[in-house]
Design a protein. Structure first.
Length: 280
């Protein structure tokens, strides 16, 4: 039985040329993959007329709603704002630039409908997933960001292959009673940190090139990513454990160096022999 009422949130900023096709394609998928659905576009007051393009879609599609934010431009916070307006028992989020192919929504909803997990992530890093026309540098940057996130949040992310994904769906109860404080582009990290769930499913997808327009990723978003990651690491307690390990290791190194210098000054031992005694 298909009990899914899907609330799809699409955060936007300057996506006038892309949002219409994104809404149309998502509607076609959700019409068959869900019992009912709504599409909530949360626009950060785009100056290019994105809001007007959404209103045009609303004129022919009664399942589309527009929420306009005029302060605090931020993709993740826009996603959370959209979920506050959601009525469905399944919450989903995807980009409005068609880099997240709407057709993948059907694959995300299938494990939720079957009860196989509470969170379904569209993943570039499982078999069958990937990226389209990325440079080697961009691939390395994405892989590096995932490694850094896993290093700072090992207990949370060790079983998730694509924690940087911005395309996922979850059962509403995952976030019931949970307050999210995301920052930047990576709302999934906050969900995995604070959400209430037992199983995460990753489904493959191909991250496409932008249909039209340019990337929004810049220095500000990179700084926000690391700031948010550090905050989550502190909240999880891993930062304190990591700090304790680094302090202990540093003190051990200082003691070893001091012992080595003392032995060398008081004896004629070769450097290797003095080092062996120092580390003991």
């Amino acid at each position: 039985m298909n009990d899914l009422f899907v609330s799809l949130v699409i955060p936007t900023y300057n996506e006038r040329e892309n949002i219409g096709p994104a809404i149309q394609r998502a509607s076609q998928v959700l019409a068959t993959a869900a019992r009912d659905f709504e599409i909530i576009v949360v626009d950060d007051d785009s100056p290019d007329g994105t809001g007007a393009a959404v209103q045009q879609a609303m004129a022919t599609n009664g399942r589309v709603r527009l929420v306009t934010r005029t302060t605090d431009r931020d993709r993740s916070r826009a996603g959370v704002e959209g979920w506050r307006h959601a009525r469905g028992n399944v919450l989903a989020v995807m980009d409005g630039d068609l880099q997240h192919p709407p057709e993948t929504l059907a694959d995300l909803l299938q494990p939720l409908r079957r009860g196989e997990g509470e969170i379904a992530i569209a993943s570039r890093h499982v078999r069958g997933g990937g990226v389209s026309h990325w440079s080697l540098w961009r691939r390395a940057s994405s892989w590096g960001a995932a490694c850094v996130a896993t290093f700072f949040l090992p207990g949370i992310l060790r079983h998730v292959k694509d924690p940087m994904s911005g395309f996922f769906a979850l059962r509403r109860q995952v976030l019931e009673g949970v307050r999210l404080h995301p920052q930047g582009y990576k709302i999934l990290l906050d969900v995995l940190m604070h959400g209430r769930f037992a199983t995460v499913i990753e489904v493959p997808y191909i991250f496409e090139e932008r249909f039209r327009g340019g990337s929004k990723l810049g220095k500000k978003q990179v700084v926000q990513f690391f700031a948010g990651l550090f905050r989550l690491s502190v909240e999880s307690g891993h930062a304190a454990r990591l700090g304790k390990y680094l302090v202990t290791g540093s003190l051990g190194g200082i003691v070893t160096l001091g012992s080595l210098l003392l032995l060398r000054s008081l004896t004629d031992l070769p450097l290797v022999s003095a080092y062996s005694l120092a580390v003991e």
